[in-house]
Design a protein around this ligand. Structure first.
Ligand code: SF4
Length: 317
């Protein structure tokens, strides 16, 4: 997809012009500032045995897509940036990430160790149009074989790299994970303020699946009273299935303190009737309590099966 065609998705970037070199000094666009970040390594080891990957890569720190619930907000606190706005408006892009990755791949054998790109921040957020850090990493992965790669995004910008993804899929296992929390564009605009519309994401799923890329729709986070009922999930599952997704996956809202500082004031303003419910559910812990979590996930699994997920790629016509 031509980059120019993607710019209307991110009107705040249309004035930026040609891509900037990754070594450029920090720059600003409207209210967003892009800042180069020197790094020691690209690959981060994941030690949590409950997660399905062993390594993670996040080309950017901060995310301009500005989802109210974003759990990764805490990562800006490592830079002593504590206002919730900083996470959305001060975006760090990793300098020389590709050469770092090349060096790390020379040193490590990562075969059969799943690598997840975009676990904390979106690798195809608007900054990628100009800085191309994610694409540079995929180009490095094209020089090796037999890896398990997954990429999580809300953005059709991933389609810019479809050529590369299909090439990579011949020598690695590649899965695209497209997050869609609701089909309702009005609700999406309220909860994911600068993210592409759900319909644009569905079209992205369709194009990826048609190109033969294994594609999962991430229906997460599930937020009680907002996007977890059957009236929300059933049409989303039907649309995901019709678009060619192989699976749908979900998890409930996770409210770390940094996410809570953004989410709860937003909830009070947008869904005041739900404030009491969330204070009782998340008042003492970051996770949904076990009873509610089990009930919510059981309902999700039931619907998932009802709509024919997971689908086997080989079984598709
Ligand atoms: S797209 Fe992902 S990383 Fe970006 S703000 Fe939304 S939840 Fe956070």
């Amino acid at each position: 997809m031509a980059e120019q065609a993607l710019l209307p998705l991110y009107p705040q970037l249309t004035a930026l012009g040609t891509p900037a070199p990754t070594a450029s000094p920090s720059r600003e666009n409207n209210d967003v500032e892009y800042v180069p970040l020197a790094i020691g390594s690209v690959l981060n080891r994941c030690l949590n045995p409950r997660l399905p990957f062993r390594w993670t890569i996040n080309p950017y720190r901060g995310c301009e897509l500005a989802c109210t619930y974003c759990y990764a907000r805490y990562t800006h606190r490592f830079f002593e940036l504590t206002r919730w706005q900083d996470f959305e408006r001060r975006i760090f892009f990793k300098r020389r990430a590709a050469s770092r990755l090349e060096r790390e791949l020379r040193r490590r054998d990562l075969r059969r160790q799943p690598i997840a790109i975009g676990t904390a921040t979106d690798p195809y957020q608007p900054a990628e149009i100009h800085y191309r850090v994610t694409r540079s990493l995929l180009e490095v992965f094209a020089s090796v074989e037999s890896l398990e790669l997954s990429i999580t995004t809300k953005s059709p910008l991933i389609l810019r790299d479809l050529d590369l993804l299909t090439t990579l899929d011949r020598v690695h296992s590649v899965t695209a994970q497209v997050t869609i929390t609701t089909l309702d564009p009005g609700l999406a605009r309220r909860i994911e303020q600068r993210a592409p519309s759900p319909q644009a994401r569905l079209r992205t799923v369709r194009t990826l699946a048609a190109a033969g890329i294994s594609t999962t729709v991430f229906c997460m986070p599930l937020m009680p009273g907002i996007n977890n009922d059957e009236d929300s999930l059933a049409p989303l599952f039907a649309a995901a299935r019709d678009a060619g997704a192989d699976d749908v996956v979900a998890s409930p809202l996770f409210l770390r303190p940094a996410a809570r500082d953004r989410f709860l004031p937003w909830l009070r303003s947008e869904f005041p009737a739900l404030e009491g419910l969330y204070r009782s559910l998340y008042g003492r812990q970051d996770y949904l309590p076990t009873v509610q979590r089990d009930r919510l996930m059981a309902h999700f699994r039931h619907l998932r099966l009802l709509y024919g997920f997971p689908r086997r790629r080989a079984a598709r016509g």
